[in-house]
Design a protein around this ligand. Sequence first.
Ligand code: UD1
Ligand code: CA
Length: 454
Amino acid sequence: MPFSVVILAAGQGKRMHSDLPKVLQPLGGSTLLEHVVHTAAKLKPEAIYIVYGHGGEHLPNVLKHLPVQWVLQAEQLGTGHAVMQALPPIRDEHDVLVLYGDVPLLRVPTLQALVMGAARGELAILTAKLANPTGYGRILRDAAGEVQGVVEEKDATPEQRRLNEASTGPLAVRASHLRGWLKQVQNHNAQKEYYLPDVIALAVKAGVLASAIVADSEEEVTGVNDRRQLAAAERVLRRRMAETLLQHGVTLRDPERIDVRGELECGRDVVIDINCIFEGAVKLGHRVRIGPNVVIRDCEIGDDTQVFANSVLDGAQIGVRVCIGPFARIRPESQLADETHVGNFVEVKKSRLGRGSKANHLSYLGDAEVGREVNIGAGTITCNYDGVNKHRTVIGDGAFIGSNTSLVAPVTVGPGATIGAGSVITKEAPADALSVARAEQQTVAGWKRPKKTS
Ligand code: UD1
Ligand code: CA
């Protein structure tokens, strides 16, 4: 049966105490809502509708890359009212899977089970037995164990609050049924809202089976209403990522101390030390070793490369058998060819280092084109910025740049050139020659060290 997905995202999320609409809160490198959309899209529905609201007018703009239809719920009158806003374009004979934008960790098989329930003509709901169900609606069952309805915590009697089977939000059912029942839902409750879970009792009254899929893990169904729950969801996601990496043969020195906020692809026998953060799309080749406290965003790193402790790499293309760090910073649009070395306190920005070139200590290479087998001495700086514009430095193959050289761009150092230490190079340094640009050393005759006067 064709089905559409409706995701509720109009609530403001008061309990977050944030200026950001709740569904835009970050989780694992994207937003709560993106996680839900991403999972829903894997089911290949006809369409995904997102109900957004007053507090989040800019939602469709911020998330315009998502393959979804946006539906405005101008006033937040409750989850039942929200679903109603999305139903008009959905055909009666189609099924509808409703998801909550603040329940981000659901897995595909769980959602498939709901969709299958709807295909059988049932109202399929997702429940969970929670050690602490505070804040959730509770599932009401009859003596025979059949689901009868949901009572929201704020409307529940003390006895009902002791029930530990929670309504987790998502449900799936035929569109025609949902349309009919939602028209009958009233707002006579503690929050004066039209509750979506009220359709469950209406289904039972109409003789439609309300079938409960009981989630087998509590973490999967966690709703994110406050910062504490957001942090808990982040932890769950982190563990899931670590688990996947371990299954693929990656060595994690401590699976509890790695954060993958995006996609991390690893070759064979990769080793990752503790406290590393991976963001965006990161690809590590075979046998890559990443030291502790390394942050890598949007990089591709070749086989056998080593990144030592406390290095930060962003938007770089890195070859094979490269050594980086400790304490190196590689910034966007940089390319480090095979067997290059970038050592401690070296910053590389929008620069290319040819095969086998080395900048081992205390340097800044910005907007530079460095050939092969070049040695950049300690403390060398490309002066790439004149206060207004950026300029390029070009260094030929096999050049040797003495320590503490300032290369004032635009400037070229020819292949095989040698630059004397401490030089300020403002003109082309010819190939295969020594260029020195500093005052000659003098000894000043008769000079006396000053003495203290009082
Ligand atoms: C809801 C359920 C509760 C369930 C819990 C699970 C209702 C009435 N209650 O409670 O049974 O245990 O989720 O996490 O559904 N929203 C709108 N428009 C509105 C109101 C809400 O789009 O007018 C959206 C919110 O953005 C949110 C979702 O619906 O993504 C749920 O709303 P929320 O206020 O968080 O409901 P809960 O109190 O958590
Ligand atoms: Ca919620």
